[in-house]
Write a protein that binds this ligand. Structure first.
Ligand code: HEM
Length: 455
């Protein structure tokens, strides 16, 4: 792709707009924001459009993505749409904050994600996956909702690793609460685009608000208990309780700690569970690839219980998970708003412009991938990966706002795949794959039910 050929050296300030009907775009956003992406962004490097008078720039060129998310990271904020959609639940936590408030929060929790710390957490990840596997073995051959099963597993992992245990949190209610909160996010995005007042009612709003209240109050009681009975565990709760802004010395209020626990619980379990759910479906539909994954797991583990050493050796299994996240990136679109005018490639992007990095479109782009719709884990062999531009593949985002849990997620996913597939096989129950629908994360449009058989 060539977006570099500058005409006269002066940045362009008029944009070749791709026509997009505002009403059509809004309806599509409510239904499924992926359907609101301009179709040309799957074949072109950059697309400009205007919806409700707002300039939007869609970026699929890895060079421009690097320029925006990495080189100009300080020029971009998360923007009003993210705040409107996620603010009620996540407040000003790590995912939604900007500037110095973001920075000190990121520094405060970075220690929880260092490689040596993750290695300490790995036995817990394996133990939780073993509980799921034992429950499945107890059920015998039957049909299961694999999406629900993965949510439950990754939820237990996040609570046990980051919060040192369940603290009596009601897993089923939390899972439902998160779903209820995410369901109407299409409306919050669309109304944000129209700059409609924030009090405006929309379908599902009442349920979403009740869910947020339940989730936040459950976490508040975790913090109150910890304040009453302090301990010296090195978990996320204690890190947040002791965090202090290096510039001002201020510590986090209970509400700010809840913002972050909400952020880590939602960002940290849903995404990995969805990545795994899509992986099982793809494996079931590609028996030759499934056979290679199963053979690798068998060869590496030699019928022994899965251990941390095994997980790092499961190279092809990791490639299969990476390739599933290419086809179905759990976080399919990221957005930013320009806080100042800045130059991007040939263009001078004005303040207030919304930049959209449609990870889903980048991962399916016809100029970036050969046969983009084909599931092929060999794309992630070290040689193939080296031959590509780094930002051709970015399930975890890019730049300083890259997913802090990225290594955690991959380690966790490979451990879960190994523990489960060592003992079971999952087969699709429907002839065609589910359609991916974006509700902040990329969910299947129907329950992912699969036939479980013991190996
Ligand atoms: C397969 C699993 C995951 C995927 C695909 C994923 C994806 C992403 C993406 C794309 C972003 C960047 C968003 C943006 O730039 O606007 C992000 C940020 C974030 N993720 Fe993840 N994530 C995953 C797992 C996790 C886990 C396991 C955790 C925590 C344990 C986590 C916590 C976060 C947090 C806190 C942020 C905000 C970071 C910041 O802005 O500094 N994620 N994630």
């Amino acid at each position: 792709m060539d977006t570099k050929a500058l005409n006269d050296g002066m940045p362009k300030t008029t944009f070749p707009l791709t026509p997009q009907s505002t009403l059509g775009a809004l309806l599509a956003i409510v239904r499924n924001p992926l359907d609101a992406l301009p179709p040309s962004i799957f074949t072109e490097p950059v697309v400009f459009s205007k919806t409700a008078g707002e300039l939007k720039v869609y970026l699929a060129d890895p060079v421009l993505i690097h320029e925006a998310l990495v080189k100009n990271a300080d020029t971009l904020g998360k923007g009003d749409q993210v705040r409107r959609a996620l603010g009620p639940a996540l407040g000003q936590g790590l995912l939604t904050a900007d500037g110095s408030h973001w920075k000190w929060q990121r520094q405060s929790v970075a220690g929880a994600f260092r490689h040596d710390k993750l290695l300490e957490l790995q036995p817990t990840m394996i133990a939780v996956a073993q509980r799921t596997r034992d429950r499945w073995i107890g059920m015998g051959n039957r049909t299961i909702d694999v999406g629900h099963e993965m949510m439950r597993t990754t939820f237990d992992i996040i609570v046990e690793t980051m919060m040192s245990g369940g603290h009596g949190i009601d897993v089923e209610r939390v899972e439902k609460g998160i779903s209820d909160f995410l369901k109407p996010t299409g409306w919050t995005f669309a109304l944000g685009l129209l700059r409609a007042p924030e009090w405006i009612p929309y379908p599902g709003r009442g349920k979403a608000e009740a869910a947020v209240e339940f989730l936040r109050s459950s976490l508040l009681s975790v913090i109150e208990t910890r304040r009453k009975h302090p301990d010296d565990r090195h978990d996320l709760v204690n890190m947040l309780l002791s965090a202090a802004d290096p510039e001002t010395g201020r510590t986090m209020s209970d509400a700010e700690i809840v913002d972050n626990l909400m952020t880590f619980i939602t960002a940290g379990h849903e995404t990995t569970a969805l990545g795994l759910t899509w992986t099982y479906d793809l494996l079931a539909r590609h028996p030759e690839i499934e056979a290679k994954v199963l053979a690798e797991i068998d060869a590496v583990t030699e019928s022994q219980p899965v251990s941390a050493e095994h997980v790092s050796k499961l190279v092809y299994t990791r490639q299969a998970f990476s390739e599933a996240m290419r086809l179905y990136p759990p976080a399919p679109i990221i957005t930013r708003t320009a806080l100042r005018d800045f130059q991007l490639g040939d263009y001078l992007i004005p303040t207030g412009t919304v930049l959209i990095v449609p990870i889903y479109a980048v991962h399916h782009h016809t100029s970036l991938w050969a046969d983009p719709e084909v599931f092929d884990p060999d794309r992630f062999s070290p040689e193939s990966a080296k031959a590509r531009h780094r930002y051709t593949y970015m399930p975890f985002g890019a730049g300083p706002r890259v997913c802090i849990g990225n290594a955690f997620a991959v380690m966790e996913a490979v451990a879960i795949l190994a523990v489960l597939l060592q003992k079971v096989r999952l087969a699709a129950t429907e002839p065609h794959p589910a359609k991916p629908i974006m509700k902040v994360t990329l969910r299947p449009d129907r329950a992912q039910r699969m036939n479980l058989t013991l190996r």
